[in-house]
Design a protein. Structure first.
Lengths: 199, 381
């Protein structure tokens, strides 16, 4: 027997979310039917508002209600450094640290030909343009992940930007603070040993 | 190290098994299709969490059951560690000392095994990819750094091949990005080549000795690692990296034209030379077999040198493939050193005489019975 049309459509919608297959989608759809009417309306409204009221900042690519975003609009922030991240959520992590006061740039991904992402497909052109227009920027910190793709993206940016006389730096990787050496996996240890500093 | 005992539940054709092993030689004797290889496989899986003859874990579960269990007690340096693996439709769980391990890498390494099965002849007779796979597999088991570098190399190679194909079809044009990928590949490739040469030099020493013994000093085995940058034991990682960089520059046109990576350790090969001649092309069947066996047995010593412990040796159908003299020397070289499990359909007179106090198990349809005749023949001497 086929599911009634509205259920079938809901299942199909859930399946568009990452990591959700037919089984989970079906479970979620039936759960939704049993939910309180107000909750369902609230849910639908948040979905629409997230899409309608949020935009990408035209300067840094962060998600924002206003353009430019609060960080780009804040002239008290250090205008001489830009920290480059893969995703908007990475800005949230950096900001919760409260120690970085410069600007950001969101790539929306990393270079990965397998996933169809070449240099034109992520937010690199706008970064280069930004650097050309703002010669007060002295340092670009690349904070992409320590994956082969994240490293390649960092190296690529460095090759583009360095010739313009701008300093390019990379976040250090190593042991997480307070973690016990016993529990660190071998590769983290390896990287920590390679990246050791003199004291 | 040695395996004190093994417990199986619904593994292949064993519905239930509880057995204690000899620290020396354990002979698994039985007719065809009774479960000899299955038992070796169980020990192999207990060590490495996956089988040597199937990629599908479900094949390991008895056809009549939904889940399988392998557990065993591993003895090393006066301590005994219980290991346990369960396989079900939901996947596998690995426990060390009854504690579930989230990462398989934390489980693997508690029991080290070396398996020699008839398929291993491919190591000598097969294509270069068989030998590269062997190198990556075995060295990865011994060195986490090698395992990491090999994994990174594979990922970058896939990305680079994909990008070269896009360049070939003119769907992409950024040569700066290609340069970055070449640079990354050269860096990880150089690490791999240097590590391979270093590990292979050690393995070659042991293999030479083993081969000499098994062939009664008639044959001299040597390795030759064939690579595109003429790297030897004296070449530094940095020099290899530079050579790869130069080659990538020189061959850029050709690589784009063909849409694939033409340079790097994924194109290398390992040649085995017996008395100076490549045994793949010039060796007899017996010489090829002996070579494959020597290389595998050499791993015993390499593993001891690197991890500090002898592994457990699993020999599947090896005796029947060697002549009497080679059998004799093989058995002499492993006796009293490593715990050994060997399967055979019949125990020849020589083997029976040669092996000191073996425990012989008779295997019939997934059941084990200790054989008494081995003790009788001991008593007769
Ligand atoms: N998942 C399974 N469940 C039940 N039986 C199985 C399963 N997988 C394999 N078998 C059976 O196990 C039997 C024994 O296999 P095994 O490879 O151990 O034989 P062997 O004793 O090594 O024989 P040979 O001397 O021919 O190498 C086979 O006949 C096969 O049908
Ligand atoms: Mg068999």
């Amino acid at each position: 027997m086929d599911y009634p049309e509205p259920i079938a459509q809901l299942i199909e919608s859930y399946m568009k979310l990452p990591g959700i297959g037919a089984k989970t989608a079906t479970r979620l759809a039936f759960y939704t039917i049993d939910m309180d009417g107000d909750d369902v309306t609230g849910f639908a409204k948040s979905l629409i508002s997230a899409k309608r009221d949020l935009h990408f900042c035209s300067i840094c690519g962060n998600i924002t209600e206003d353009d430019p975003c609060v960080i780009c609009a804040d002239k008290t922030r250090d205008q001489s450094t830009i920290l480059v991240v893969e995703e908007p959520k990475d800005i949230m992590s950096m900001e919760s640290m409260r120690e970085y006061h410069g600007l950001y740039h969101v790539l929306h991904g990393v270079l990965s030909p397998i996933e169809g992402k070449g240099p034109e497909d992520i937010n690199i052109t706008s970064l280069v343009k930004r650097l050309q227009e703002h010669d007060e920027v002295k340092e670009v910190i690349v904070a992409t992940n320590a994956t082969p793709e994240g490293e390649a993206t960092a190296m690529y940016l460095s090759r583009l930007i360095k010739p313009a006389g701008i300093k390019v730096t990379r976040l250090a990787h190593g042991l997480s603070v307070g973690s016990d050496i016993d529990y660190a996996d071998e590769v983290t240890l390896l990287k920590a040993v390679e990246g050791r500093t003199e004291i | 190290m040695y395996l004190e005992s093994l417990h199986l539940k619904n593994f292949r054709n064993y519905d239930a098994l509880d057995v204690t092993f000899n620290q020396g030689v354990n002979v698994l004797l039985g007719e065809n299709a009774q479960g000899k290889t299955n038992l070796l496989e169980a020990i192999y899986v207990l060590a490495l969490t996956r089988s040597h003859r199937t990629a599908n874990d479900r094949d390991l579960i008895n056809w009549q059951a939904d889940a399988a269990l392998i557990s065993g007690r591993v003895h090393k340096q006066n301590t005994t560690t219980p290991l346990e693996l369960t396989f079900s439709k939901k996947g596998k769980k690995a426990r060390v000392n009854h504690l579930e391990q989230a990462r398989l890498s934390a489980y693997i390494g508690n029991l080290n095994v070396i398996l020699f099965a008839p398929e291993d002849l491919e190591l000598v007779k097969g294509s270069p990819s068989v030998r590269r796979h062997f190198i990556d597999q075995e060295f990865g088991q011994m060195s986490p750094k090698y395992l990491y570098n090999a994994g990174q190399y594979r990922t970058i190679l896939r990305q680079r091949n994909n990008y070269l194909r896009q360049l070939q079809r003119k769907q992409a044009k950024d040569l700066v990005y290609l340069g970055v990928l070449s640079d990354q590949l050269a860096a990880f490739g150089a690490e791999l080549v240097a590590a391979r040469i270093n590990f292979l030099a050690q393995l070659e020493q042991w293999a030479k000795d083993v081969h000499q013994v098994i062939s009664q000093e008639r044959e001299e085995l040597a390795f030759s690692y064939v690579n595109q940058v003429k790297a030897t034991a004296e070449t530094t990682v940095d020099e290899i990296y530079q050579s790869y960089q130069e080659q990538f520059e020189r061959q850029q046109h050709k690589e784009i034209e063909q849409g694939t990576t033409l340079i790097g350790p994924h194109r290398d090969d390992l040649h085995f030379l017996v008395n100076g001649k490549n045994v793949q092309t010039f060796g007899s069947q017996g010489q090829q077999r002996t070579t494959a066996l020597s290389v595998k047995l050499a791993e015993i010593d390499l593993m001891k040198a690197i991890t500090g412990e002898y592994p457990v040796l699993l020999l599947d159908d090896v005796l029947s493939e060697l002549d009497d003299a080679r059998q004799t020397h093989l058995l002499r070289s492993i006796q009293d050193k490593v715990q050994t499990f060997l399967t055979t359909t019949s125990l020849s007179g020589i083997a029976r005489k040669l092996i000191n106090d073996p425990t012989v198990f008779d295997i019939t349809s997934g059941k084990l019975a200790p054989e008494s005749s081995a003790n009788e023949s001991d008593a007769a001497e």
